[in-house]
Design a protein around this ligand. Structure first.
Ligand SMILES: [Zn+2]
Length: 233
């Protein structure tokens, strides 16, 4: 059973002044549209906070709310309400896109929980690939080998030579790294479950594992991309 974390703050409705939960887009008392809530995406879409999401429920709630806040419905409303319908629509779209995608969702929830995600690596993937300190320890040898193969392949290409042994080697390496990537995704799923059903201590452990898995995933994805590019060149 999932735990419900409700950190939503009650606020007073601008129209009727009755207090309501900040995560709602409409006042439950007078039904007027409310300014975009500060609540997290899970609360906005009426989902329990967790890494495993009921995608059907997500879809349903997103469409239901999107219809309700649609700017066409507020064409004749006052300026504030029109602005809020636009802002609520944008918020719903962001929330939906983030929670629907397993990786975006994982990163989002980890951040919500205060975990530090390895963003220092983002943007310097290209440069970082030759930095041996970033290579996951268990892959050091294979990555070293792969980089040599890639270098040879690029040289062979530049001189117009076709080396099918080298090429086959790279195709195999690509398969190998792709299967490691798939293994990371399986491990992530295991951690999702552990977090969703775990107590506070289990959750902390699980968050750490997920941050490490995301790092590893990013690294492997870049390797696969490099091999694909070199093979396709
Ligand atoms: Zn109201």
């Amino acid at each position: 059973m999932l735990k419900v974390i409700d950190s939503a703050v009650p606020v007073a409705c601008w129209a009727c002044s009755v207090a309501h939960n900040d995560s709602t887009l409409f006042c439950p008392h007078c039904s007027k549209i409310q300014p975009p809530p500060e609540s997290d995406y899970f609360q906005v879409l009426g989902l329990q906070r967790g890494f495993q999401v009921d995608l059907d429920a997500l879809e349903r709630e997103f469409h239901r709310l999107s219809r309700k806040v649609h700017p066409d419905r507020f064409a004749r409303a006052d300026e504030n309400e029109r602005q809020w319908s636009l802002a609520d629509t944008a918020l719903l779209n962001d929330a939906y896109r983030t929670l629907k995608d397993p990786l975006f969702r994982t990163e989002y929830l980890l951040k919500l929980e205060g975990a530090e995600i390895g963003e220092e690596h983002a943007g310097k993937d290209r440069k970082g690939q030759s930095d041996p300190s970033r290579v996951p320890a268990d892959l050091l040898e294979e990555v070293f080998e792969l980089n040599m193969q890639l270098e040879e392949m690029r040289m062979a290409r530049s001189t117009g030579e076709i080396d099918s042994v080298l090429e086959n080697g790279l195709v195999l390496a690509k398969k190998k790294f792709e299967s490691l990537l798939a293994a990371v995704d399986l491990d992530l799923r295991t951690e999702w479950k552990a977090w969703d059903t775990g107590d506070a201590a289990a959750r902390k452990t699980s968050e750490k594992s997920m941050v490490a898995l995301l790092d590893r995933r990013r690294y492997l994805r870049n390797l696969v991309r490099d091999v694909t590019e070199t093979l396709g060149a």
